[in-house]
Design a protein around this ligand. Structure first.
Ligand code: KIV
Length: 271
């Protein structure tokens, strides 16, 4: 039996041990009980209740509109389905920036009301007081640097980040600061692979990439993207493992046609 399948529940220590022995970490988003159950039973190490729920569940153009109450609802559903995976919940836009007391209150609400294992926060030095206060409150924090979708209005586009020396150096400084502050892990989004590899080799905490190449300690994707439920989103970094949009459309059209023709339900499907 592999170490992987022996693990009853993934914890911060399990993740740290995986980094130490060079075992890659798998991470995927989920927003509801049923999908979290499937993902958990498939053996995923981390489930992220991402604020990408704002896009893929609610249909918004950005992650900004999702509220604390909404992310807590999604987190509660996911936690009920995840028995083994480590569950991380995004702190919504506006909850960390408002000062450390409010940030701690929001993080405590997420942990207390959902039963999740950690929160994730986009940002570095600018938010370090809030991040330190949350960690001091006993809450594990996963950092998030590089492309931070909550800052999309500042960037003006979803282009590659840290592609010049100044931004790359700030990212390295922020990553070191987050580790020193006590973050349990770090997500790096859409940055050059060489930079992500450099950061992962300098840090002792696990570094999980999305569009950050293969030199990091694990990978994360948005579930709807990798399962091909979103047809219109095809960035270079995305690998589609299924084409569920087409699979589901075929099943739905088959059902519609059976209803219209009177084929469904048949005698065996009736009382
Ligand atoms: O919200 C999300 O899905 C994320 C991932 C893209 C890392 O933050």
């Amino acid at each position: 039996m592999s170490v992987h399948s022996e693990i009853k529940k993934v914890t911060t220590k399990v993740l740290a041990d995986m980094k130490a022995r060079g075992e890659k970490i798998s991470m995927l988003t989920a927003y509801d009980y049923s999908m979290a159950s499937v993902i958990d039973q498939a053996g995923m190490d981390i489930i992220l209740v991402g604020d990408s729920a704002s896009n893929v569940m609610a249909g918004n153009a950005t992650t900004l509109p999702i509220t604390l109450d909404q992310i807590i609802y999604h987190a509660q559903c996911v936690v009920r389905g995840a028995k083994r995976a480590f569950v991380v919940v995004d702190m919504p836009f506006g909850t960390t920036e408002v000062g450390k007391e409010e940030a701690v209150k929001s993080a405590v609400r997420i942990m207390k009301e959902s039963g999740a294992d950690a929160v994730k926060i986009e940002g570095g030095e600018e938010l370090i007081d809030s991040i330190r206060a949350i960690i001091a409150g006993g809450i594990p924090v996963m950092g998030h640097l590089g492309l931070m979708p909550q800052s999309i209005n500042q960037y003006g586009s979803f282009a590659l980040r840290a592609n010049d020396d100044a931004e790359a150096q700030k990212l390295i400084n922020d990553a070191l600061l987050l580790e020193k502050a006590g973050c349990c892990s770090l997500v790096l989004e859409k940055i050059p692979a060489a930079l992500a590899k450099k950061v992962a080799s300098q840090l002792h905490i696990p570094v999980i990439g999305i569009g950050a190449g293969n030199g990091v300690d694990g990978q994360v994707l948005v579930m709807h993207d990798m399962l091909g439920i979103n047809k219109g989103f095809s960035p270079k970094f995305l690998r589609r493992y299924a084409n569920l949009f087409d699979v589901m459309t075929e099943a739905l059209q088959h059902y519609i046609s059976d209803v219209k023709s009177g084929d469904f339900p048949n005698e065996n499907e009736s009382y």
